[in-house]
Design a protein around this ligand. Structure first.
Ligand code: FAD
Length: 620
């Protein structure tokens, strides 16, 4: 094949994926590594890439310590409650104690943050959220990363990490291809920070057919952070902890600003309050410790997000849907009406367009809400991702192996969605995690831990052949189509994605089964995933664009397999409203107040699962 192989050598720190985590990593790497060679490889264009591409309306993680608002410990408590206890408190605390400085930096770089005219403090939307004029959020942080890096390679889809051949379990760089030129790119590096984002489109979306393409998390978030790490044999944690979101129907428009700022609320189809009806039944499932409405007025503990989902799902199943967001009161105030629309224009413009196109005016009618299909990503309100070392001053021995945010593969670090056990980091927390990972990666190199790395031509050539196999496959068999796109010798990436989504949906607790699964279903799902893996060896890609889709699918498949194994391993229903184990419908703290950890053997593809202690380091 005519594509060139371009080798970038002697890199100190390679950042894979330049969303919020990756830009933070590049920026901080330059601070601690003045003379180091820092290179970014990004699938899209750093200027507008990642989950923040379209902009945001709020920064969801800011302590406000300088305004006397919250302490990092408060944030740990909050995330712990929301995640039904299952968090890595060392990592969360570490992020929370640094996140304010990140936000102050954003403001210095020109991000307009709204201020409360009376107090001068940032304008709060809720306890943790501050409001921004965030249309240019991503270009602003990208600029800092561009100035910090020696080189930014845009349009590179990284497909694999390269491994050191002189020492087992040590990273040596990465390899991928340019999605425009098709050239193969090899990056030989001493340390790699993976910040390639979460995974949408793993479960069959609600929007199919005419609405195909509409999803909540960014459609280009293809699970590469997980696929790359799992493929390299890194241990993963909490991969069962997918997220389901209550959002405006069909456009996935966010509801946070509506609840918090516009003070809107929800009702069932008969105009009734419904949530509290479900608390007694739910309390029997999860126990009083996690749901105690009688003491809410004393503790002010928030209701975990998954439990609110449970009430919504149950109410609809009871035949009293649809659920409405009551906007008609707030929207009579022209100022709030403007904020309501503006909220979408800043980050989910599609919702505003959909309402306009279908004649929904929230001033005159209350729009519908629904729960989304599940997503797999570790920086929003769930915490799947790599099992990483914590900081030396906070982490207990089981959580610490030398370098902050280093995975169980030496020299391989994570940030943002890539890191497990750290929900509620959001955009600012992901950038902060990138900073923490980069500081540690610089120290790792300075400590001489990356000496003597060797990558043979054989490894590079093997990976190169793998990368282009779908193009080769298509070239050989393209004339054997029997009808339409059906070819007995290959499957297209679209066909493979449909199969993956269907089986995750039906066997792993997607919308078709009302988020329900059990051991039997999961075992069938695992078997079908193995068959799909075999068939993915026969992917056919017509051109470079399809080659990108092929590799996105392979990363999604690796992610899905981990999700399925983890869901099978945790024999309880820890997060009703995210998913249900029908064979273990109760939360079981006696046996499952633990973090789940997996490893896929890169040679055999076999999984091993273990329990890790879930320490509560911050007092109640
Ligand atoms: C709809 C939505 C609303 C949100 N609302 C808010 C909010 O209001 N406030 C808030 O603070 N946060 C919000 N978030 C969360 C925030 O966007 C994420 O927490 C954050 O972007 C995660 O950072 P990340 O670096 O892990 O991933 P991303 O920012 O998604 O970055 C991943 C990067 O990796 C690149 N990449 C992917 N695969 C590859 C590959 N194979 N090779 C090379 N590069 C690759 C991508 O192109 C991308 O640039 C929202 C997210 C979404 C999707």
């Amino acid at each position: 094949m005519a594509y060139q192989t371009i080798i970038e050598d002697d890199i100190d720190i390679l950042v894979v994926g330049a969303g919020l985590g990756g830009t933070g990593a590049a920026f901080e790497a330059r601070y601690w590594g003045k003379d180091k060679k820092i290179v970014i490889a990004e699938k899209a264009n750093i200027h507008r890439s990642g989950a923040v591409a379209q902009g945001l309306y709020a920064i969801n993680c800011y302590m406000g310590t300088r305004f006397g608002e919250n302490k990092p410990e408060d944030h740990v408590r909050y995330a712990r409650i929301d995640l039904m206890g299952m968090v890595r408190e060392d990592l969360l605390f570490d992020m929370a104690r640094h996140v304010d400085s990140t936000v102050h930096q954003f403001e210095e770089w020109g991000l307009p943050i709204m201020r409360n005219p009376k107090t001068g403090a940032y304008q709060r939307e809720g306890r943790w959220q501050i409001m921004i004029h965030g249309e240019s959020y991503k270009p602003i942080v990208a600029e800092a990363a561009k100035k910090s890096a020696d080189k930014v390679y845009n349009r590179i889809c990284v497909t694999h990490l390269l491994m050191d051949e002189s020492r087992p379990n040590r990273v040596a760089g990465a390899i991928g291809f340019n999605v425009r030129t098709g050239n193969c790119h090899v990056f030989k590096a001493k340390a790699v920070i993976v910040a390639a984002g979460g995974a949408s489109n793993i479960f069959k979306p609600r929007s199919v057919g005419e609405g195909a393409g509409r999803v909540w998390y960014a459609p280009w978030s293809s699970g590469s952070a997980y696929g790359l790490l799992i493929g390299a044999g890194a241990k993963m944690t909490q991969m069962e902890n997918r997220i389901v979101l209550a959002r405006f129907k069909d456009g996935y428009g966010p509801v946070g600003a509506y609840f918090l700022h516009l003070k809107t609320y929800t009702q069932n189809g008969y105009g009734e309050e419904y949530e509290s009806k479900w608390w007694p039944q739910l309390q029997q499932m999860v126990g009083k410790e996690y749901l105690d409405p009688d003491s809410w007025h004393l503790t002010h503990r928030p209701i975990p997000t998954c439990l609110r989902n449970h009430a919504l799902i149950s109410e609809v199943n009871a035949g009293r849907g649809p659920i409405h967001m009551v906007t008609m009161e707030a929207f009579q105030d022209p100022h709030l009406e403007e904020i309501g629309w503006h909220n979408f224009l800043g980050m989910t413009v599609g919702q505003a367009v959909l309402w306009a196109a279908t004649d929904v005016d929230p001033k005159n009618e209350n729009p519908e809400l629904t729960t989304s299909e599940p997503y797999v990503m570790g920086s929003h309100a769930t915490g799947c991702g790599a099992w990483c070392s914590g900081p030396e001053d906070v982490s207990p021995p089981e959580y610490f192996w030398g370098y902050n945010r280093m995975t169980t593969v030496e020299g391989l670090f994570g940030a943002g969605d890539a890191v497990g056990g750290t929900p509620h980091a959001f955009s600012s927390g992901s950038f902060t995690e990138g900073r923490l990972a980069a500081k540690a990666a610089c120290k790792y190199i300075d400590d001489g831990k990356a000496e003597g790395i060797r990558v043979s031509d054989e490894q590079i050539n093997r990976r190169r052949a793998e990368i282009y196999k779908p193009l080769e496959h298509y070239r050989i068999y393209r004339n054997e189509i029997t009808a339409g796109t059906v070819n007995p010798n290959y499957i297209t990436p679209r066909q493979g994605l449909d199969r993956l989504q269907k089986l995750m949906d039906e066997y792993c607790g997607g919308v078709s089964t009302n988020y329900m699964t059990n051991e039997k279903l999961l075992n069938i799902g695992l078997k079908k995933l193995k068959y799909l893996e075999e068939d993915l060896e026969k992917l056919g890609a017509e051109n470079i664009h399809e080659l990108l889709r092929a590799w996105e699918l392979k990363h999604r498949h690796l992610t899905s397999e981990a999700v399925m194994h983890h869901t099978l391993f945790r024999k309880e229903t820890r997060w009703p409203g995210y998913y249900y184990r029908g064979d273990y419908l109760k939360l079981d703290d006696e046996n499952w107040h633990v973090l789940t950890v997996s490893r896929r053997d890169p040679e055999t593809g076999e999984y091993t699962m273990e329990k890790a202690p879930c320490y509560h380091l911050v007092e109640d």
